[in-house]
Design a protein around this ligand. Structure first.
Ligand code: PEP
Ligand code: MG
Length: 479
């Protein structure tokens, strides 16, 4: 992982020499390969943008450098502060990088901050040193605002900081609505460091462990021992709280070149998530063994990404049971499904017969329902999970889950937005898995809700004509 992986001065010096020679020979292809080696996650479309930075860095750097430092240089902190999204690169990946750059140890205030992505290329035209107001809640950037607007923004920021402190003070208490309904608030995690922050922020477990982050920044997949150690560390930090490990979700925006099985014209509709697991069962079985060995039985849950029908779940159930038996385990590991394809939402009543729980991945569900690529800045404003078409599918999935007495949660980005809590709860969701920093605010939001009001709001939201309309009614209901 980038935290531990370093390039020694000798390697950097030799790369710098090579890079210089490439430039002198006018050999951009070789430079692109070097750039990709240094930043393995960089897609072809990123190479031109990062190339200059990487080269500059190679030529001037004398000491050992961690991959994270190279990334920070290629995507400077100022840009990250503005939520700069170079080529609409993976939002999940960028938010992971963002958390690495501004983890609580490094900057507690920024760790609480929300992120604004897909601002578009025009942001690069803003002159260095220009004052900007970045409002990630409303999704706008005000360039060179007049003093009155600056003062108003500063007042709002200190009010938010005071609210954050108040939310944090009650963060360890459960989230119970005014009428006594308990909503479980967990955190989406990638590392033990994030698990620590999440527990301190009041998370009741991990609702989504994004294991693909273990596969980034390297040339070969992590073996069973390495994965097992990481899962064990995360489980230990969580104490006896549940840990839902999502099996590898590689493909599309989560590009891992050494696992890819060839070029795809439409990778988002290709071999990703559980489909890739079936194409590479070796990776899946290694991962299941590592989960079984690393996560104590009482905490252990497994969840599958990109499912479209119950047979996929059944196939993995057989592999999981076989691995479990081979490991001498007698307990039955709960196996859940992410609802992130329209098919899985529509067929939730059939999937829930076999699934132990469902969790809605609104990031992908939204992109597939609204035909709006989650990595494309040009359509990102359309990809709003509060769109009534998405909400109707969540309602259908919740009905399917309840028909078989299964719980259903939401682990997509919308769960971290307090404005959405009432609508999601009104649709029948009883678990929200959110960014660690969002746990206190979501718990606080839940405590102000009454489920009957949520249900009425959700009904109106499903009948609305646009996400914009839903947002207005949800904001009104919060007042
Ligand atoms: C989602 O799709 O909503 C989700 C939680 O998974 P990811 O963002 O990792 O694809
Ligand atoms: Mg997803």
């Amino acid at each position: 992982m980038s935290e531990t992986f370093s390039y020694t001065p000798a390697v950097l010096a030799s790369l710098a020499g090579e890079a210089k020679a490439c430039v002198e020979r006018g050999d951009p292809d070789l430079l692109a390969v070097m750039c990709h080696d240094l930043l393995p996650w960089a897609g072809h479309e990123d190479v031109d943008r990062v190339l200059g930075t990487v080269l500059k860095l190679l030529l001037r750097h004398a000491g050992a450098m961690r991959v994270a430092e190279i990334e920070a240089e290629a995507f400077p902190v100022d840009r990250l502060r503005q939520g700069w999204n170079p080529q609409g690169a993976s939002i999940a990946y960028l938010s992971w990088k963002y958390r690495q750059a501004f983890g609580p140890e490094r900057d507690p205030d920024l760790a609480q901050a929300k992120m604004l992505v897909a601002a578009g290329d025009s942001i690069l035209d803003i002159d260095e040193g220009t004052a900007v107001i970045v409002d990630a809640e409303r999704g706008w950037i005000d360039v060179d605002p007049p003093p009155s607007e600056r003062a108003a923004a500063e007042a709002t920021a200190s009010q938010r900081a005071a609210e954050n402190r108040a939310d944090l003070a009650g963060a360890l208490d459960p989230a119970v609505t005014v009428d006594g309904v308990r909503i479980v608030v967990k955190a989406n995690l990638g590392t033990a460091e994030e698990a620590r922050a999440a527990v301190a922020a009041g998370a009741e477990g991990c609702g989504l462990l994004r294991t693909e982050f273990l596969f980034l920044d390297r040339d070969t997949p992590p073996g069973q021992d390495e994965q097992q150690r990481i899962y064990r560390d995360i489980a230990a930090v969580l104490g006896n709280r549940p840990l839902i490990v999502r099996t590898l979700d590689i493909g599309a925006d989560k590009n891992v070149p050494y696992v890819a099985l060839g070029r795809e014209d439409n990778p988002a509709l290709g071999l990703r998530g559980v489909r890739l697991s079936f194409a590479r069962p070796d990776l899946l079985v290694t991962q299941l063994n590592a989960i079984l060995a690393g996560v104590p039985p009482e905490q252990c849950r497994v969840m599958l990404p990109m499912v479209t029908e119950v047979d996929e779940l059944r196939q993995v159930r057989r592999l999981l049971d076989a691995a479990s038996q081979a490991a001498g385990r007698t307990d039955r590991i709960p196996l859940g499904v992410m609802i992130e394809t329209p098919a899985s939402a529509v067929l939730a009543d059939s999937i829930a017969v076999d699934a132990d729980f469902l969790s809605v991945g609104t990031n992908d569900l939204t992109q597939y329902v609204l035909a709006a690529d989650r990595g494309n800045a040009a359509v990102s404003a359309r990809a709003d999970a509060l769109h009534p078409a998405v909400l109707r599918l969540i309602r259908q999935a919740a009905e399917g889950a309840h028909r078989h007495d299964r719980w259903i949660g939401v682990c997509g980005g919308i769960a971290s937005d307090p404005i959405a809590a009432a609508v999601l709860i009104g649709l029948g969701v009883t678990e929200l898995s959110v960014a660690p920093a969002a746990v206190p605010a979501i718990k606080a939001a839940v405590r102000n809700l009454r489920t009957e009001d949520c249900r009425k709001l959700a009904e109106r939201a499903c009948a609305a004509a646009s996400a914009h309309e839903v947002r207005s009614m949800a904001a009104e209901a919060l007042e």
